[in-house]
Design a binder for this molecule. Sequence first.
Ligand SMILES: NC(=O)c1ccc[n+]([C@@H]2O[C@H](COP(=O)([O-])OP(=O)(O)OC[C@H]3O[C@@H](n4cnc5c(N)ncnc54)[C@H](OP(=O)(O)O)[C@@H]3O)[C@@H](O)[C@H]2O)c1
Length: 335
Amino acid sequence: MSRWLVLGGTQFLSREVAAAAVARGHEVVCAARGRSGPVPEGARLVRVDRDDEDGLAPLRGERFDAVVDTAIISYRWVREALAEFADTAGHWTFVSTMNVYSDLSRRGGGVDDPLLEPRYADPEGPEDFGAYGSIKVASEKAVVETVGDRALVVRPGLVCGPGDPYDRFGYWPARFSRGGRALVPDAPDQPCQLIDVRDLAEWIVLSGERGLTGTFDASGPRTTLGSVLEGIADAVGASDLERVPVSPDRLFEAGVMPWQGPHSLPLWLPESHHGVVDRDTAPALEAGLSVRPLAETAEATLAYEKEAGLDRERQAGLTSVEETELLERIDTAVP
Ligand SMILES: NC(=O)c1ccc[n+]([C@@H]2O[C@H](COP(=O)([O-])OP(=O)(O)OC[C@H]3O[C@@H](n4cnc5c(N)ncnc54)[C@H](OP(=O)(O)O)[C@@H]3O)[C@@H](O)[C@H]2O)c1
């Protein structure tokens, strides 16, 4: 048993990491405000606010065998955590992103691809989210420069599975389970790559235990949007489900957004971003990242979707009214 610090622990990935570490017999301290949800059973929450000046003071002087930092978009948070714990931490995992690469259209690349220029200033507000990749580059750099001999930098692709606050992958199991005519992007050959949050969390914990170091693109094997949607439909689709493919041009004309957000079709991406879902993840898979079958992810995500409420206002996808209107428009359009 060793002592783990999970910065976060109340939501999605960091919560799964804390749960996996508890399940593997470690003592786990989660450091968060406690606003996003409870920490997993068996973990201890220490309330901190990383936006505050000296926000990690409640943990001052504590020593950890392993630290996991999932700081989403703050170089300052990353630097302050390093200043507080780097000297004594046995192993350090920083969760970054595949958005660090400067050319997101380049397919099949690996971790040595060129990166964005680092940005050290934190975002000015939610509208400044474009800074995400470059702040992660600066954050990775700080981690490697400070604890490079003990650091694992994980660059995940799309993280999916139960508890996803972004509602992306979950749109499809939820939609297909409802059945009837479901609008899908007519892009079956588009690359697609996913990682179940539980698989990623388990690997992060195993890697911390083994002292794995280096930088990895962390996602499942390369596949296509067509086979992912097919796999979800097979696993959880209603018997009367009919998938209605609509060309990307028509979707764009109708104002449907790719990937995420309101009025979108999640997982669908324009070519300019195909590199984000087509990376060489063989090194992570060889280093022990184990990926469960898609059907298991679809089933667990649907269970979570039902618990969260299938009719809730979603962060991503089309509402049923929007989808019906689009299908009617397409049915009546002159070919
Ligand atoms: N989701 C994806 O598809 C995806 C893809 C690529 C990379 N990633 C990366 O994966 C990582 C995990 O992302 P996630 O969305 O699952 O989030 P997460 O890091 O697991 O959850 C956010 C955590 O931060 C805590 N937090 C927020 N504001 C805080 C504050 N001011 N002080 C202290 N703690 C605070 C939250 O707790 P409280 O609210 O309780 O304080 C929560 O526990 C991120 O680094 C992200 O960039 C995600």
